[in-house]
Each structure stands twice: as C-alpha cells, then as structure tokens.
Design a protein around this ligand. Structure first.
Ligand code: ZN
Length: 507
C-alpha cells in the first residue's frame, strides 16, 4: 500500500517549503468581512473564497477549489479548537493549492476563529461537543451549523479535521493519532494516511480509538455519512513538521481519490479513480471504485463481502482499491453486502443469502433491493471478467465436499484457460494440501453464475479456506487477482505480498 507514492517528490512538499520560507501563506489573513472573490487559474481550476458567517463575530474564510472535471468533494477543517495552530497553518497552505485534477477541495482553516485569535481551546462552548448525534437534530451553535450546512450543500464525501495534542500516544497523549469510525472503507483509507504520515519522521502514527460523541468527526460520519478522520499531531514535534503532516494527510487522501495527478516515478500507471456510493439512501449503501487506466482494455469486476463472514475476500478487495492498471479498468466493490460485512455474518441479521438472489434465468430478475442494485451496476459496466471473492470453512484437498482452495468458473474456453494458468502459477508456491483447483459452475442464483450465464462475462468465484491464517488467505486472494491482471496484460499493479502489522490487526 502506498508504494505508488514512494518514488517521487510530491509537488506540494516544494510548495509547502517555499510558501513557509517566503512567508507567503503567513501573510494570508483570517480577518476581514469581504463577501468573497472568485478566480480561475490557468489550468481551469476555479477558486472562490467566501466568508462563512459573514457579518457576525464568528466570520471566517472558506476557500472552495474546484477542478474542471467532477469528482469527490473533500473538506479540510482547522481551528475547531483555538489552541491547535498547526491545523490552522496547514489550512492556509491547502487554501493556496491550485493543481487539482478533478473534484473539489474545500478548506476552512479556522472554523473557531475567535478562539484561534485568542490562542485558546474555546471562547465560549467547546465547539467539538456541539454536533448532533442523530438526523433529528441540527447543531445549535452557529459555527457548528455553518460547517454542517457546508457538508450538505457541497455534498462532502470526505472530511479531515486537523487537531493536535500536547503529547504523542506513546506518552499516553492523543498526538500522532488518526481517529475515525470503523465503517465503509475508512480502515483502508486510514492505513493509507498512516503509511504516508509514518514517512514524515522516524516516529510512527497510530490508528486510534473512537471519535468523541457530539464531535465534528463522529457526527459527520454517523449522521451525514461523510467519511471522516480526526488527524492529531503531537506538540512534541516542531510546528513545521506538524503543519507538513496535516498537509500530507490531506494530499494523500486527494492522491488516493485520484484528485491530483499521479506521478511518473516507479513505473506506476496514472489512473483515474472514481468512488461512487451505490444503493445510496438505503441500508445497503456501499462504495464502488472505478479504477480507469484511460487506455483501452478489459473491464474487470472484483467484489468482496457478498458473504460478510468471509473476511479474507472483502479485506483483499479493500486493498485492491489501491491497485492501478496499465490498460482497461477495474470495478471494485469491496463490501457488496455492507451490513453483513459490518456484522461479519454470511447474511446480515434479518436478511437471506445474497448469493442466491441473482437471476436464475435469462428472463429472470434479481430479488431484493441489494441484488437489484448490484445487478444494475453489473449491467452498467458490462465487465468482461467478473471475480467474486469468497471463503469456505474447509479445504477441498482435505474434504471433497468443500469448495475451499478452489476457483469456480462459469466455463468457457477463455476463462478455463486463464484460471488454469493462474492456478498453476500460485500452486508452484504452495504445498500440495494448499493447492488450488478449478471447479465448474458457480451455484444458481450467485452473482458470478448470473454474470457468466446472462451477461456474457467470463466469471468465477474465488474460494480460500478458513482453516488457515487470515493473512495467508488475504494474500492468496491478492496473488490470484494479481496473476489474473498480469495474464490479461493489465499489469503492473501496486500490490506487494507483505502484510503490515496494522493490516493484520484489522482482523
Ligand atoms: Zn461465500
């Protein structure tokens, strides 16, 4: 993870260094009540600065940076507490950013401007205890209400709230910590941010506990469904490093979302990554990633979490959202059955097996909201190849009635040949008990069966065995999918087979 970023010197490190040295961003002022200005940069990026809460004692600037091309909306907020200057300074740096390739970056450097100017945590109430716990209420504090309205009006997808603490987590503080809710793909996002933050100094970051109730991050995530992260630096580190770390977190997120240009280093292809929420407005809302090389080639669908208890499948799919391809595109749905993934059950409580709800005849239709929604996406993208990642309790080499350690194809000469090649490659590195074998005909009503039989895709189910360590099972899924993409001439992908400690802890 993150290897795509390892080999180049990001543009924004140069901007950051130059900006701070020249005092350019320091001259930027938080005061003033102007009604705002708009400008268009030479690359078509449109920049608008407005006063939030204009005309009140809480007036504070907000900068909206919009690329010509649509994409995700990211909000970075500093100064929720007035005694945390690194986030405010980072906000000023981010507000100067112009090289946005797609999507929108919104920056509010000093949400609690009076507290920032006073250098105190709060001037009246604690602003990070002013947010609602349900959609039935609205924030009563005007500053909280303002950022709440911004998130809704702009359709914010991601929030980074920039804080700091007196001590790092290694000394029982809350510095060098990322705090977020373990929902959706937040864990994978947090791991990507941590990987980038760990490289800013010799001291490592921690993926922390739950965000505080009635705080901005908790409320944005739980009530508005914004993917929200509390990024806290440590005051035992220098101010310049803390500012750099806040900027790094935001820029890493933008890179991950394909909002800034990919580098040319390391031979990694530059892909456009689009993250869509499908089935939105239902309990089945989940993320779908389109990873597009921009070069003609196959469309490959990879899903996990059709069965939530089959952890290696959806954890591998989460990591595949980080992959990039040299031709064609990937469509990745890591948590096909989001409720089941959250509950780690085959089917969520109160629901039946999703993998029996897809069409079983050419004229048939899927049953249930979730299968219908996923089927619509399969028809929208018309993948040439479909791989649905699963797990079985046992291992077919030990128990002939199990489908563990198999790849089950809806057969035709093309997919048979590809899967045989992939299996012979992975089996070279496995003991015979762990060998994968090819089976025919995914079960009736399964996603793979229906895609193969009725959409003309080359489709298969990949099944690892839950008898073995989770790390190994994830690695087998990733290795099989990497070999698939290599055989389809879509490599290189950025996958490496070594698991980090934090990824293992996600089990
Ligand atoms: Zn399954």
């Amino acid at each position: 993870m993150g290897s795509a970023m390892r080999h180049r010197r990001p543009w924004w490190k140069r901007v950051l260094g130059a900006g701070l040295a020249a005092g350019m961003v320091a001259a930027w002022t938080l005061a003033g009540t102007s009604s705002g200005f708009a400008a268009t940069a030479s690359n078509g990026v449109r920049v608008e600065t407005v006063q939030l809460l204009a005309g009140t004692r809480h007036a504070t600037p907000m900068t909206v940076i919009r690329a010509e091309q649509d994409g995700p909306v990211v909000l970075a907020v500093g100064g929720v507490h007035g005694d945390k200057p690194a986030g405010v300074e980072a906000g000023k740096v981010l507000a100067e950013f112009r090289d946005l390739e797609r999507g929108t970056l919104i920056v509010i450097p000093a949400l609690n401007r009076q507290a920032v100017e006073a250098g105190r945590r709060s001037v009246d109430i604690d602003l990070n205890r002013a947010f609602p716990t349900s959609s039935r209420s609205q924030p009563s504090d005007p500053r909280a209400r303002a950022v709440w309205d911004v998130m809704q009006a702009y359709g914010v997808d991601y929030l980074i709230d920039m804080h700091e603490d007196a001590r790092p987590w290694t000394s029982s503080g809350l510095g060098r910590v990322l705090v977020y809710r373990r929902v959706g793909d937040n864990q994978a996002t947090a791991q990507a941010l941590k990987a980038a933050l760990d490289k800013t100094s010799s001291r490592s970051w921690r993926l922390g506990g739950e965000p505080i109730v009635t705080g901005l991050v908790r409320s944005a995530q739980d009530v508005l469904g914004v993917s929200a992260f509390y990024v806290s630096t440590s005051r035992t580190d220098a101010m310049s490093l803390r500012v750099q770390q806040h900027v790094t977190a935001v820029m890493t997120l933008l890179e991950r979302l394909g909002m800034v240009k990919g580098g040319s280093g390391g031979g990694t292809p530059s892909n456009t990554v689009t993250v869509r929420t499908i089935l939105s407005g239902t309990v089945h809302a989940t993320k779908l990633y389109v990873i597009d090389s921009g070069v003609p080639g196959p469309t490959v669908w990879i899903s996990g979490g059709v069965h939530g208890s089959e952890l290696a499948g959806w954890m591998a799919a989460e990591r595949i959202t980080q992959w990039r391809v040299s031709r064609g595109r990937l469509i990745v749905v890591p948590h096909a059955f989001e409720l089941a993934v959250q509950q780690r059950l085959r089917a969520a409580r109160g629901y039946s097996d999703l993998n029996r709800q897809f069409p079983t005849s050419a004229s048939g239709s899927p049953s249930g909201t979730l299968a219908k929604g996923l089927w619509e996406e399969l028809k929208r993208y018309r993948p040439d190849w479909v791989f649905d990642l699963h797990e079985a309790m046992s291992n077919r080499n030990l128990n002939p009635s199990s489908v563990g350690q198999t790849i089950i194809v809806y057969p035709n000469s093309e997919i048979n040949a590809l899967v045989q090649t992939v299996i012979s490659r992975i089996n070279r590195n496995l003991s015979s008990t762990l060998d994968f074998q090819m089976l025919r005909y995914p079960v009736q009503g399964s996603l793979a069966r229906a895609a193969g039989q009725f959409l003309g895709a080359n489709a298969a189910i990949v099944e690892t065995s839950r008898l073995y360590d989770l790390d190994d099972r994830i690695d087998w899924h990733l290795t099989i999918m990497r070999y698939v993409l290599e055989e389809l001439d879509m490599g290189p992908v950025t996958h490496t087979s070594s698991l980090s400690g934090s990824q293992a802890a996600a089990a």
